[in-house]
Design a protein around this ligand. Structure first.
Ligand code: BGC
Length: 794
């Protein structure tokens, strides 16, 4: 391979080389026909593969998010997940999937907490390395991100994270080190600075990444993170998106002037050619991937979602007995979140909500009980007719000034136009549909978007506005744009012709394209108190109440950190009121990250579903009815209250975010502070009972027997922690050193052995890794605070 790369490099002139180190589009790496190199599309990632287009015409399988995957504590599952991700990538002609996201849960406020795995570097590393290995086994590249210390979102483009060497090495860099070891072909650097230098130029790209660790793949910038022409002298190899005005010709001038050595560019090109070789872009046909039918993909996503759900409390009510009558309450029961917001968003072709999943499995009544937001929702397909085709949906007409470029039928009301070729050439887009009222009363009809937007109803212009975005984050412009609406009183069956015309105006400084447009509605709804009371009545009448609570896209998404851990709206009040009339209340929490649960001791069971992907409803029904058991254990500590969280603040002071807590984040910080959280790291219950035998130690291998003493098959997660109370250095009270999962039939016993990595015994000293001689204490159990077995280890 290296000889061939050398030959190809020799065929390229400077212009050819520079073309390769910048993108050829928003999500496309450049090719070069003269050397037989195809263009290489890349795609977000990480919980599904969106592809170059962001729309419903080419849907993607939506997998559980990062916290959910980590909650399985089962790197083995990644073999199947990786195969599915690779198959999706190949189907969409994608060469690299931009994931896994493996920054750490330093603070529960972090906006991309849901996308990352864990607060623990070892658990993160194990899951991330398995992700990389399994995707790449099929010839598709993974792209671990974001190198490094991109653990929160506030001022994410400019924040300077100040972090000491020891915390960097032991915590934040460790998962990246392990994915390099696993053979990652590409890795993404971050928007933020670390210790004064922006990450696209940071010396950490040279050492340890390309130096000691020997990373020989491509370092790609996070999107738009390359900030200068001079930056090309540093470790970023590929500037995305591209072509980018700062590289290209200005860079050519610097190379010609001898300010940047051509050998530096050659190294980047060599890496890109090596990548191209690995993913098959230099071959006539890339490596074949497994093929998943829709049914196989759905089955896998459903299984993983169930493996990920964490039952943190159960007084014995779960699993529910057959034929139990259920009042299924909460807004998230009918309008759940399947995935987190931001670049991780994919458009699934199929979803099941909790209401859909439980219907037919148990006798059911349902109402939301709360209205969470005043925001419009994208108009449902069932009430939209495209006037051009008569099909459900709308027609989108694209114009460049007065010239019509084309019309598309679209089976959606939420158009994301990134990647659409017609949209890229248009400066005006017109959406037309006939909306049919399915409920009588006062409807809200409107739009969301950025730019100049006009709304016509039955031919009459009712809104005409320039919508500007606060702050310049394009992700926010796309996913949480401003909205406007009017109200109309409609009877069931009434039809209304809706036209939305959106065009580019100066209102969008710096963004010369229309990013998207949403046709939104709100149906007539019961007054808040009436809706609340209706839920309480249903709870009273049923044998069991299941309340599905959750966060919203507005508060838990890329681009912003949360400001509160409380559930939005009246959800806490709803749970308490339901539990007061029906003690047999089960709460399902549909969030990607911890929320406060002030009612947790007053309800019969609490199940955390995370953002579980497209099969939410069926996976939840499997667990509630006992067809599957909740396989998850907490990958991150859940606090009682935000006030008690030991490491919380994500707001930079004078542009600096100081990781003053050093190595004490997550459960390490909780243990150090001596505060008891609501539920500790590692905690989670199944449906059977277990007995574990004594711990034996041989070298760095620990072993113990595990017996399923219950009446049904189940999964047990053995967790092993180290501690060193008499250490010469400041250490965590204890830290995770190894783990494994065991699935056993009732009555069966298995001996599990776990090899603890040498690194688990080392700390980062002034001159590198240090092994402190002497005795460590090793403990095993089911969470960081439930460790019945202890031994000495050297
Ligand atoms: C995100 C990356 C993502 C990229 C491309 C950035 O804003 O930080 O995670 O891969 O956009 O969508």
């Amino acid at each position: 391979m290296e000889d061939r790369i050398k030959e190809l490099l020799a065929e390229l002139d400077l212009a050819g080389k520079l073309r390769l180190i910048s993108g050829a589009g928003l999500f496309r790496m450049a090719g070069d026909p003269a050397i037989g190199l195809a263009e290489m599309p890349v795609s977000d990632g990480p919980s599904g593969v969106r592809g170059e287009n962001w729309d419903e015409r080419d849907p993607s399988v939506s997998l559980p998010s990062g916290t959910a995957i980590a909650a399985t504590w089962d790197p083995g599952l990644l073999t199947e997940i990786g195969a599915l991700i690779a198959a999706e990538a190949r189907r969409k002609d994608v060469y690299a999937v931009l994931g896994p996201t493996m920054n750490l849960h330093r603070s529960p406020l972090g906006g991309r907490h849901f996308e990352c795995f864990s607060e623990d570097p070892l658990l993160t590393a194990e899951m991330a390395a398995a992700y990389v290995r399994s995707v790449q086994a099929h010839g598709v590249s993974a792209c671990p991100k974001h190198y490094v210390a991109n653990d929160s979102e506030t001022d994410r483009f400019t924040v300077d994270v100040r972090v000491g060497d020891r915390a960097l090495r032991e915590l934040y860099l460790y998962p990246f080190e392990r994915t390099v070891e696993a053979g990652a072909w590409m890795l993404m650097d971050a928007y933020n600075s670390v210790n004064g230098t922006t990450m696209t130029e940071n010396p950490l790209l040279d050492e340890p990444l390309k130096g000691t660790w020997g990373f020989d793949g491509v370092v790609v910038s996070d999107w738009t993170a390359v900030r200068s022409t001079e930056s090309a002298a540093n470790g970023t190899d590929l500037c995305m998106p591209g072509p980018w005005h700062l590289w290209g010709e200005p860079l050519a001038e610097k190379v010609r002037a001898g300010e940047i050595a051509e050998s530096v560019i050659d190294d980047k090109v060599r890496r890109i050619l090596r990548f191209a070789h690995r993913v098959g872009a230099l071959a006539a046909t890339p490596q074949p991937t497994p093929v998943f039918t829709d049914a196989q993909a759905q089955d896998l996503v459903r299984r993983v979602a169930a493996e990920a759900m964490v039952l943190v409390r159960n007084d014995g009510i779960l699993p529910l007995a057959p034929e139990t009558t259920v009042a299924l309450l909460g807004l998230s029961a009918g309008e759940p979140r399947f995935l987190g917001g931001g670049s991780a968003t994919v458009i699934p072709g199929h979803t099941t909500t909790p209401v859909e999943g439980l219907t037919g499995r148990l006798p059911l009544t349902h109402t939301a009980g709360v209205h969470l937001s005043e925001a419009l929702i994208p108009a449902p397909l069932a009430i939209m007719t495209d006037p051009e085709t008569g099909e459900p949906g709308l027609s989108a007409r694209y114009f460049e000034d007065e010239t019509e470029l084309g019309t598309q039928h679209r089976a959606t009301s939420r158009l994301v136009l990134l990647g659409d070729e017609l949209a890229a050439r248009s400066n005006t887009i017109e959406l037309n549909t006939r909306l049919r009222a399915d409920t009588a009363g006062e409807w809200q009809i409107g739009f969301g978007g950025v730019g100049h937007i006009r709304l016509d109803l039955d031919g009459e212009t009712v809104l005409d506005e320039n919508l500007v975005l606060d702050g310049g984050d394009p992700a926010a412009a796309l996913l949480n744009p401003p909205q406007r609406h009017v109200t109309r009183t409609l009877s069931v069956g009434d039809e209304i012709a809706v036209r939305v015309v959106t065009s580019i105006e100066e209102a969008m400084p710096g963004l010369g394209i229309i990013l998207g447009a949403t046709l939104g509605i709100r149906r007539p709804q019961r007054a808040d108190d009436e809706e609340f009371a209706a839920a309480i009545e249903l709870a009273r009448a049923a044998e069991v109440a299941v309340v599905v609570v959750g966060t919203t896209e507005q508060i838990e998404s890329e681009g912003v950190d949360r400001t509160s851990l409380r559930l939005p709206g009246r959800q806490d009040e709803l749970v308490s009121a339901v539990a007061a009339v029906n003690p047999r209340t089960v709460v399902v929490v549909n969030s990607g990250a911890p929320v406060e649960m002030p009612w947790r001791d007053d309800v019969a069971a609490v199940l955390l579903s995370w953002f579980p992907g497209q099969e939410f409803g069926d996976a939840l029904a499997d667990i509630l009815t006992g067809t599957a058991e909740p396989g998850g254990r907490l990958p991150t500590t859940w606090p009682k209250t935000m006030a008690e969280v030991p490491v919380l603040d994500t707001t930079p002071v004078g542009n600096v975010l100081d990781y003053a807590e050093g190595i004490h984040i997550g459960y390490r910080a909780w243990l150090k502070a001596g505060i008891e959280p609501a539920y500790p790291f590692g905690h989670g219950l199944g449906y059977t009972t277990w007995e574990t035998g004594d711990l034996t130690v041989a070298g760095r291998t620990v072993a113990l027997t595990v017996t399923n003493t219950g009446a049904r098959a189940g999964k047990h997660v053995v967790q092993v922690y180290l501690s060193r109370p008499d250490s010469i250095v400041d250490r965590p009270v204890r830290w995770l050193a190894g783990f494994t999962t065991v699935s056993l039939a009732p009555g069966r016993t298995q001996t599990v052995s776990i090899d603890l990595p040498a690194r688990a015994f080392q700390h980062w000293g002034a001159d590198g890794w240090v092994s402190e001689p002497g005795e460590f204490i090793v403990s095993a159990g089911t969470s960081v605070t439930d460790l019945p077995h202890t031994a000495c280890i050297y």
